[in-house]
Design a protein around this ligand. Sequence first.
Ligand SMILES: [Fe+2]
Length: 273
Amino acid sequence: MKLGWLSDIHLNFLDDASRGRFLESLSVHPVDAWLLSGDVGEATSIVGYLQELAREIQVPMYFVLGNHDFYRGSIRGVVAEVASMARSSDRLAWLTSADPEPLAANVAVVGDDGWADGRLGDPLGTPVELNDFYLIEELTGHPRAELVQRLNRLGDHAAARLGPKLEDAAERHAHVVVVTHAPPFEGATWHEGEISSPDWLPWFSCDAVGSAILRCAETHSETRFLVLCGHTHSPGQYSPRPNVAVLTARATYGHPVVQAVIELDGSSVARAA
Ligand SMILES: [Fe+2]
């Protein structure tokens, strides 16, 4: 089976014609399903873009949301809208609110939006700020210490949602594909060929989700985990333990691409360009 992977396509940076051409181009890939690791639009456009994607593809799409998908809105509002849309779609599955999905006899996909949770690096001292802190209602207007606590909680909630799904999937399948937006390990926070510095790490990694993945991978050492993430816009690979491989997506605003077509042959998971 073949899985197409998209991440950080940021369709709001394209005009209508360019967006149409990109969506049409997806059909040249004969995949059995699409995986999408977040950052498709903003709060006011995310549902419309997901519906456009659903109309274009002829196969299921398993997606998570990224931080940009909440811009100029609220987490609460976007979650409600996207959950409602996904419930009524027979093609789109929002992994954050979905059970593990079997893709083949020995492969399942699970996922969660995750959230860069302000734990790694230097969250209190860094001068780096994200637009998240000005454009997402729940993150706006807080002193740094309170902001970091809010991010900690978002990461904890993501890990609490994902942990039981990972366990369930790993008990039943030899391969588990995990889709999430923020890199869940420091070693996966690729940015322009380097691992992110302590100034960027708090906003570029979800430590809580990484811990949940590692706990499950240690318990299920025979299960292989392929983690697909985005957010930092630079490609890279990382393996925190022998049965966990993490791929971080490349991305350029205004130039969305298909990250990869991933082949599952029943006994292994291989990435094709
Ligand atoms: Fe992005």
